[in-house]
Design a protein around this ligand. Sequence first.
Ligand code: SF4
Length: 436
Amino acid sequence: MASPHPSGILIRPDIPICQTDLPLDSYQPEFQPYAEEYLALPDRMAASVLPWMDGYLERAIDEIGPELTLLAHYYMGGEIVKLVERYGGTVADSYQLAREAVLHPEKKIFVESAVHFMAEAIALLAAPDQQVYITNPRSGCTMEMMAKAFMVEPAFDALHERYGDDLMVVAYMNTSGRVKALAGRTGGAVCTSSNAGAIMRWARAQGRRVFFVPDEHLGRNVAAQVGIGEEVTYLLPAGHDGADVASLSESEQALLDRAELILWGSFCGVHTVFRPEHVTYWRERGYSVVVHPESPRETVAMADGAGSTRYLWNHVMQAPAGSRFAVGTEGHFVRNLKEQAVLRGIDVVHLADMPGNEAAGCGCATMSRNDPPHLVAMLDLLRQGKAPDINRVLAGDVVDEITGYRDRLDADARAETAQSARRALERMIEITEAAS
Ligand code: SF4
């Protein structure tokens, strides 16, 4: 029997709420009393966890009032996504999340269970009277962690010295505000997996050289989509700095000089597991294959379709009953999709789930650091007016994902970063809307 709740969201009491427990000392000190209570519950089943959460969350939601919004990304653990919905929150992709503050000016407090760049994207577009919090500041995106501003800027400076204002930065949504601001300063734009093709066409139409940050694989897939050949694409491995660019061999410099597209070599460990043999395996068994474009180029090239999380969800859910899909993206999302699709007579498997490879289809482990005690502690402390500053997200903040230390810009630098990043985000929105 499902657990009843006024929201109407059904959570089976016999399904574990959380994938794995985090160690007590991984919680920030203010959150540890809540984590201790959670860890002392008899198990992680909804029947045990929900009454404990209800006690805190219903009071917090009631006292903070309608100006509060709870948000989560689709990649959060299956039942945790439902928890956010159960308490009236919204589950969305990174593009939709980024626009929440703009689309809902009546909301003043946004509490997000997702990775840090997603919360910061909301903060970049938020009005001064809107506040953004993340339930676990140590929840970072590994792709973004390989492309921090202090890593990308020296390489950009060396490239800029060589190519001047011919160079434009296009920053994938999975970047910090400081990297988005770099894109804004160069006249470039932000992109997401759903609009990267439109953004790249717009950039090409200006005849400028593009430095695409951070995802190598999305960059390659978009290049193929818009007709940029491999011979005019150059990969700068993540971690290269200005000195490396300057010290390239003559032949490498020649390749770099003829590149229309320079890729930063970051990647997502969750999406790079998908291989052509997975496509072959499931296709031979009658499954259509759809993948996220953060997957390697050779896999995307073989798939029947590729696109954002929204594309994957809609493509599968709108298919006729009896359809079969192997879906190549984050594991929690595929599990949720499978659960919904089966109700429509559609069979979904995880693309990497083939014999001998069952453990490969993993979820986004860093995003799942936003577990129930983090949500409970965040909201209960907010209710008491004691929200820790480390959970507050401001434009330009950089978090050390190991220690949780938050490096915050002074007010002037923050305003400049927000303005430049906002320019890049707004350019994305304009181009996307003009193209649709
Ligand atoms: S799935 Fe990959 S790209 Fe997406 S948030 Fe997690 S680490 Fe980042």
